[in-house]
Design a protein around this ligand. Structure first.
Ligand SMILES: Cc1cc2nc3c(=O)[nH]c(=O)nc-3n(C[C@H](O)[C@H](O)[C@H](O)COP(=O)(O)OP(=O)(O)OC[C@H]3O[C@@H](n4cnc5c(N)ncnc54)[C@H](O)[C@@H]3O)c2cc1C
Length: 328
């Protein structure tokens, strides 16, 4: 770990003025401190944002919910408004990490947590995400946990968050501020595919701060499921996860949202897969068609072909649970 300067602003404007490429905001620290200890992140300045007024959960004028960037993951999962109006989100958050980590981890930090690719964490080996242009040992190396969709020649890492998979299905927006003022970013556009700039996980600029995440008015309070498949039953990242949210009209589906985690550099959605389900019976055959569409173009690596089959089955199971309105 290298020496760094530390400051703790109390106003958002002040924090934004301090930001820059040589600095990092620190919230819960559950990811950033690990990265600093491993020499993967080497900020010269740490800007502690814990004194900023970003801890509120409020209903918006349009009936949605605005969640401050510093709301801890635990508080969010157990918040009565979230449990009642966005149970898919509660379920996804509680599937992640451990109670202690969820107590520290924040909403903004969860969005910006970095990949769990082993090569990214090992500063003794090349990694295009950590050191652009140095190479990607994961492509030919141990790649069991890596991407099957949307990867590039330069990077096959996945985004590790559970919460983000639910936020993608619920079509949240990310509200950020920077020197140019505030902007709202639809969740689908917030994280990016690696392409030839794998060092960039998302579209946030170095001098921008996440203020909040905003959920639209609730729709999926009965027919939802978050299914996470992993090596251990707890305290493990997803090999594959599925957030499924449906609206039903009798035994037919009227709206479908499906997002996958653990398979790509960002939560994975395919509009065609969701459209295929609209007006259809909620049965295995139709779920399988949606799964085919979601996984079309999958390009497994040497050790992760199992993810394609695992994801296919998980999509069918999650959609079945969501359609059945099974209490999670
Ligand atoms: C052992 C372990 C197991 C885990 N398991 C899971 C799991 O199963 N599922 C899962 O989803 N997650 C898991 N996590 C990850 C955990 O959820 C994240 O570490 C956490 O959400 C990050 O939040 P934080 O507030 O601690 O972020 P920090 O570590 O403080 O920051 C992370 C990044 O976000 C930036 N940042 C933070 N807040 C803001 C803001 N408001 N604006 C701009 N930038 C900001 C920081 O600069 C930094 O780059 C696990 C973590 C550990 C250590």
């Amino acid at each position: 770990m290298i020496p760094f300067a530390y400051s703790k602003p109390t106003a958002v404007d002040e924090a934004v003025k301090m930001a820059g490429p040589d600095a990092r905001f620190i919230a819960g620290g559950t990811n950033l401190l690990d990265l600093m200890k491993e020499n993967v992140a080497r900020p010269e300045r740490l800007i502690d944002i814990n004194a900023l007024p970003l801890r509120d959960v409020e209903t918006t004028a349009t009936g949605g919910l605005r969640v401050g960037a510093l709301v801890p993951n635990s508080d969010l999962a157990w918040h009565p408004e979230v449990e009642a109006r966005y149970p898919l989100l509660s379920q996804a958050i509680l599937a992640g990490a451990s109670p202690q980590l969820r107590n520290m981890a924040t909403t903004g930090g969860n969005l910006l947590q970095r990949t769990r690719c082993y090569y990214f964490y090992d500063s003794a080996v090349p990694c295009n995400k950590r050191e652009p242009g140095s190479g990607c040992p994961a492509k030919e190396g141990v790649n069991r946990i890596h991407a099957i969709l949307g990867a590039s020649d330069q990077c096959v890492a996945t985004h590790p968050s559970d919460m983000c998979v639910a936020l993608a299905a619920l079509e949240a927006e990310v509200i950020v501020t920077g020197p140019g003022g505030e902007r709202r970013i639809p969740f689908a556009d917030f994280h990016r595919l690696p392409g030839d700039q794998p060092e960039r996980d998302n579209v946030l600029e170095a001098d921008e701060l996440i203020l909040a995440v905003e959920l639209p008015a609730e729709r999926f309070t009965t027919h939802y499921a978050y299914l996470k498949l992993r090596d251990r039953a707890s305290y493990a990242f997803a090999l594959v996860s599925v957030a499924a949210a449906l609206e039903m009209d009798g035994d037919r589906i009227s709206t479908a949202r499906i997002a996958l985690g653990g398979v790509a550099h960002k939560p994975w959605r395919v509009a065609e897969a969701e459209a295929l389900l609209v007006g259809q019976l909620a049965d295995q055959a139709n779920f399988a068609k949606a799964a085919d569409a979601l996984l079309r173009g999958a390009q497994p690596l040497e050790h992760n072909a199992f993810k394609v089959e695992l994801a296919h089955g998980a999509i069918i199971r999650a959609l079945g649970e969501a359609a059945g309105g099974i209490t999670q």
